[in-house]
Ligand binder design. Structure first.
Ligand code: COA
Length: 377
């Protein structure tokens, strides 16, 4: 079909909107938010500061930081009706399907949900960013037969999430590792989920709907869903010794390894380098290096055989495991970070909107009339 004039499969290389948020240089493997290199942000900032950067275009001063912190703290708790609903979700419900349903439902309890003026959008973005970690942790605990844990006001965004999951205040190193991971996942230009969210918003539908479209889209294994699939692959391989024979046979059979390759980064994903170093440190702290060492071996084999680099979802699998996070939460965690970028992009979309309405090339039957013998009336 590629010979159809004008057809660009997967919209590869198509520029769909201007943005002042994310600058992604796939050739040189560089990623920057509002001009700040991702490595600098990981070294010097917190996730909350990056949220302010993505939303305002500037790193926050003290007043802005404190105002955002207060706003997020005030919106961490979720409506009791939603907690009751989470208790009714089926046992074994897919963690992303549950998050998709719960975020859609959260909008029902927001009197401002349909508003799309700039000030209401900002309030909704705060509510979504603050409430999504609470939803993920509450659903996970309910699935495990435990009661949800209320958020703690004295903990930062990442530390509070780990606390709501386990009931234990995390070690500072673990909290910071998650905090940096959230920074790395916060935004990534016009990927499939940002595009989906923008398409929904471009019809002037509401922000909860747009974010629900984003969640539905990031869930897929070719996108954020790779985050869980990587760990499932490591579990399938089983042992470090099995990496080489498993991977060579699978690649010969044209198996696609999740966590490798990227539509834009063709010379390596800068986020993977940072996550690899953090996984190395975190697994050194726990002493359980199995998944990390298997990941290094798999990286070597896939690069040797296919010249494919790992992407952001590869080393985060062994990092999250070292933080005690179950694999089924890998994609929800990506999503509680990406809400920052989606909402920032939605501010842009609502602020300068044109409905997305591409065309399709018709390749079906030629124009024809209904034959009298097949007509029903
Ligand atoms: N494992 C094995 N082979 C892969 C691969 C992977 N993860 N990713 C790409 N390839 C191969 C394809 O099989 C294809 O080979 P071929 O030309 O011999 O058929 C070639 O590389 C190009 O693949 P294509 O799907 O056209 O590249 P893309 O730019 O459209 O795809 C991804 C980008 C991300 C969808 C793709 O690399 C992929 O499926 N990766 C795994 C999912 C993943 O990790 N997603 C998270 C992204 S952050």
């Amino acid at each position: 079909m590629s010979e159809i004039p004008g057809l660009i499969r997967g919209l590869e290389g198509v520029i769909a909107a201007p943005t002042a948020i994310c600058d992604l240089d796939g050739i040189n493997g560089r990623l920057a938010y509002c001009g700040y290199d991702i490595a600098d942000l990981c070294q010097h900032s917190t996730f909350e500061e990056v949220v302010a950067l993505l939303w305002n275009g500037e790193l926050p001063d003290r007043t802005t930081r404190e105002a955002l912190h207060a706003g997020l703290l005030g919106a961490r708790a979720i409506p009791p009706e939603l907690v009751s609903a989470l208790r009714l979700y089926p046992r074994g419900a897919n963690s992303m399907a549950a998050l998709r349903a719960a975020v859609a439902q959260l909008g029902l309890y927001d009197a401002e949900s349909e508003a799309i003026d700039a000030s209401s959008l900002r309030q909704i973005a705060i509510r979504l960013t603050a409430a999504m970690p609470t939803i993920v942790a509450a659903h996970q605990r309910i699935q495990n037969g435990q009661d949800p844990i209320a958020p703690r006001a004295d903990l930062g965004h990442a530390a509070n999430f780990l606390f709501m999951l386990s009931g234990k205040v995390p070690a500072p190193g673990d909290a910071r590792a998650l905090d940096v991971s959230l920074i790395l996942y916060a935004e990534h230009e016009m990927n499939a989920s940002s595009f989906a969210a923008r398409v929904a918003a471009s019809t002037l539908s509401d922000m909860y709907s747009a974010v629900t479209a984003g969640i539905a889209t990031i869930k897929g294994p070719l996108h954020g869903g790779a985050g869980e699939a990587v760990m499932r692959t490591l579990e399938e391989i089983g042992t470090p010794e099995n990496v080489e024979p498993f991977a060579t046979a699978a690649l010969a059979a044209r198996r696609r390894f999740m966590g490798f390759g990227h539509r834009v980064y063709k010379n390596g994903d800068p986020r993977a380098t940072i996550l690899r170093a953090m996984a190395d440190e975190a697994t050194a702290r726990t002493g359980d290096r199995k998944w990390f060492e298997m990941s290094i071996r798999l990286h070597e084999v896939v690069y040797r055989e296919k010249r494919l680099h790992p992407n952001v979802d590869f080393y985060s699998a062994s990092l999250f495991a070292a933080l005690g996070i179950p694999a089924e939460l890998n994609v929800p965690i990506i999503t509680i970070a990406r809400i920052a970028g989606w909402t920032a992009q939605l501010f842009e979309q609502y602020g300068d909107n044109r409905i997305f309405r591409p065309r399709a090339a018709y390749v079906g039957a030629p124009a024809r009339a209904i034959a009298p013998s097949t007509a029903t009336t």
